[in-house]
Design a protein around this ligand. Structure first.
Ligand SMILES: *Cc1c(COP(=O)(O)O)cnc(C)c1O
Length: 224
């Protein structure tokens, strides 16, 4: 087994069956993804549209591609035909564009609404109030080609585990609240995407159904 295969196998043995692992392959070469693919992994995450499209073209077509980063509206069209789940939906205008592009390619695109839970203001995402108002807006209710699967969040980058835990707890509360008010009879709204290499254990304890893990599987990234 390669290191990547060992890391992945080990990680999968540590996470509960009901938690889905998105292997974050951003900046990593195709062969790293192939290595994980060879032992059966199919869910990969990228945060740049160009890289996502290029990898999608070159790798097996049964991979589920997750767009986990901030998405610019003018780039939605490049991934709309194939993307499995958009984690970083963070504006109403983006939602509108996704719906339009989904209509054009005859798809219903799965989306998570990204909620700002971190202390830093650099991270993208809606406030809780914004999420609630979107879900009630008439225009949103008419968007037929979007499937809101749940919420996504990124905790503050800190060693303070209690703070991270509290941020996840807050998002889980919002998730439960939205579920009961807007999606009580809709099993589609079921995903909470929280947790990365440094905080996935806490995220799982706080209700993650999807974790997005890169470094633990593929090693540290070198940014140029
Ligand atoms: C890079 C990235 C991850 C994975 O980060 P690791 O710390 O390498 O696990 C998860 N989520 C998002 C949104 C990312 O950009």
């Amino acid at each position: 087994m390669s290191h990547i295969q060992e890391n992945l196998t080990q990680l999968l043995s540590l996470i509960p069956q009901n938690v889905k692992l998105v292997a974050v392959s951003k900046t990593k070469p195709l062969e790293d993804i192939v290595s994980a693919y060879e032992i059966g992994h199919r869910a990969f995450g990228e945060n740049k549209v160009q890289e996502l499209v290029s990898k999608h073209e070159k790798l097996p077509q049964d991979i589920d591609w997750h767009m986990i980063g901030h998405l610019q509206r003018n780039k939605v069209k490049f991934i709309a035909p194939f993307v499995h789940l958009l984690h970083g939906v963070d504006s109403f205008r983006l939602l509108r564009t996704i719906n339009n592009e989904a209509v054009k390619c005859g798809r219903i695109i799965n989306c998570l609404l990204q909620v700002h839970i971190a202390e830093e203001d650099s991270k993208f995402g809606f406030s809780e109030d914004e999420v609630l108002s979107i879900l009630q807006s008439a225009e949103f209710l008419e968007m037929q080609n979007i499937n809101i699967k749940g919420l996504m969040g990124m905790a503050t980058y800190t060693d303070d585990n209690l703070q991270v835990r509290n941020e996840f707890k807050g998002l889980k509360l919002l998730f439960d609240n939205i579920k009961s008010h807007f999606f009580a009879n809709d099993s589609n709204f079921s995903d909470l995407s929280i947790g990365m290499s440094g905080d996935y254990k806490i995220a799982i304890e706080e209700g993650a159904t999807i974790i997005r893990v890169g470094s633990i599987i593929f090693g540290h990234r070198k940014y140029l």
